[in-house]
Write a protein that binds this ligand. Structure first.
Ligand code: HEC
Length: 104
């Protein structure tokens, strides 16, 4: 039952969000993967659920704020926007969401 409902809406959602998701992955690949792909310098790795649980618990707003402004954490230093000042706040937010979605 649940599946049928989802299938109905999925086509429409895919049309609308397809670009956004592709952009989020592209942003991640260009600006974030260098550290977050392999866990360089203490960065929580994409796909490493354990590394993200505590971070997700502080809330999406805090994580996005940290990603945009940068911060010094316990594990290392997260540079503002990963060092890519040309990214918009929305692009950074989408990349954070992309990482969290793929690290459950
Ligand atoms: C130069 C390496 C580097 C790059 C590039 C980088 N990060 Fe990070 N990031 C880190 C490190 C190190 C931490 C962990 C800091 C800590 O908590 O000690 C971190 C933590 C984070 C966190 C967790 C924040 C929190 O509150 O726990 C998010 C979200 C994040 N990065 C998003 C991004 C995004 C989005 C990008 C790409 C736009 C990116 N990072 C690029 C090094 C990097």
């Amino acid at each position: 039952m649940r599946k049928m409902l989802i299938v109905g809406g999925a086509a429409a959602v895919a049309l609308i969000s397809g670009n956004v998701m592709a952009d989020a992955k592209a942003t991640y690949d260009t600006a974030c993967a260098a550290c977050h792909g392999q866990g360089v310098a203490g960065a929580p790795k994409l796909g490493d659920a354990a590394a993200w649980t505590e971070r997700v618990a502080q809330g999406m707003d805090v994580m996005v704020d940290h990603a945009i402004k940068g911060y010094q954490g316990k594990e290392g230093y997260m540079p503002p926007k990963g060092g890519f000042a040309n990214l918009s706040d929305d692009e950074v937010k989408a990349a954070v969401e992309y990482m969290v979605e793929n690290s459950k």
